[in-house]
Ligand binder design. Structure first.
Ligand SMILES: [Zn+2]
Length: 320
């Protein structure tokens, strides 16, 4: 995932946003009064969305092939700013067979100042980082691995086994990736690549590399969802007849990548990413799966409806 709200680069920020003090809902402090966690169940598995905060950037980054006038119109009709799209960071904690498994580590401070709230939300449900047994990463972009490292450079989840897709590890961590496909300036790409290596450094010893398709723990299977990155996986959580599909970054925001078919600019291989998106969205629609979108408006849960034109995102009702 990409953001422009980057203190590191200071680039392409709409005027007034760089300091995080603009009059936007995205700049509300964490202590705004609303919970940043959301509990629900998947059969016998208890699940909790833990918000790690927000990031954002110019809408064009997330809808690379949208005609400009249509993009502006879609944003206006959704009562959203036309110069900046805000994305959530919805990590998920599942508790299955006595193990606490965190799906996605979140951004921390790697993508701007509004990330890194995972730990306060973990504390809000009575857990500490050392209570996490397993962390599974869908792909190694900074907003999915940022919280693996503490400010001091240690392991943020000291007891956890960390799983990452092998193809991403080879591309981003073991090599110096060519990120010229990303629609951002060169210094942003450099910082992006460095943030990945820095974030995973404390867990490199002992990293568990998986091939998409592998079962990680009972009730949690990974699915190939390649294209956004070489190894991106989706996650299927299953218990009894209940299923939950986590779609990682197949889409950034439902209004531009689900309700409209526009392609995320950061997709490395746009044809493969599009094929993955269609295959998995079709399955979600056909099986009426509950879906969690990592970057969708909190808590990010809903379903995919197949329409004549493509798909529509239908948010799930709040459970009490
Ligand atoms: Zn992302």
């Amino acid at each position: 995932m990409l953001t422009a709200a980057s203190a590191v680069t200071g680039m392409i920020l709409p005027a007034g946003m760089a300091s995080g003090q603009a009059a936007s809902p995205a700049s509300l402090p964490a202590q705004g009064g609303n919970a940043g966690y959301y509990r629900f169940r998947v059969g016998d598995i208890s699940a909790t969305v833990l918000n790690d905060g927000l990031l954002g950037g110019p809408p064009r980054i997330y809808a690379s092939n949208a005609p400009e006038a249509e993009l502006q119109d879609v944003l206006r009709r959704a009562f959203l700013p036309t110069d900046r799209l805000t994305l959530n960071l919805n990590t998920l904690l599942i508790e299955t067979n006595g193990k606490r498994v965190l799906l996605e580590a979140g951004a921390g401070q790697t993508m701007g100042p509004q990330g890194g709230r995972l730990f306060e939300n973990l504390a809000a449900i009575g857990l500490r980082p050392e209570d996490i047994d397993v962390v599974v990463i869908s792909h190694t972009h900074p907003d999915h691995v940022g919280n693996l490292r503490t400010a001091e450079g240690g392991k943020a989840f000291p007891r956890a086994a960390v799983f990452a897709p092998r193809a991403d590890w080879d591309f981003f961590v073991r090599n110096d990736p060519d990120l010229s496909y990303m629609p951002v300036p060169e210094d942003f790409r450099r910082n992006f690549a460095a943030a990945i290596k820095r974030s995973v450094e404390p867990v490199t010893n002992g990293i568990e590399l998986y091939e998409a398709g592998a079962e990680i723990v009972t009730g949690l299977t990974t699915l190939p969802a390649f294209g956004h990155t070489p190894g991106m996986a989706n996650f299927l959580v299953q218990s009894g007849n209940d299923q939950l599909l986590l779609t990682a970054d197949l889409a950034y925001h439902p209004i531009v990548n689900v309700d409209r078919p526009w392609l995320p600019g950061p997709d490395r291989d746009k044809d493969t990413a599009l094929a993955s998106r269609r295959r998995i969205f079709d399955r979600a629609a056909a099986d009426r799966l509950l879906v969690l979108g990592f970057h969708y408006p909190f808590p990010g849960l809903g379903r995919m409806l197949k329409t004549d034109a493509g798909y529509a995102w239908v948010p799930a009702g709040w459970q009490f």
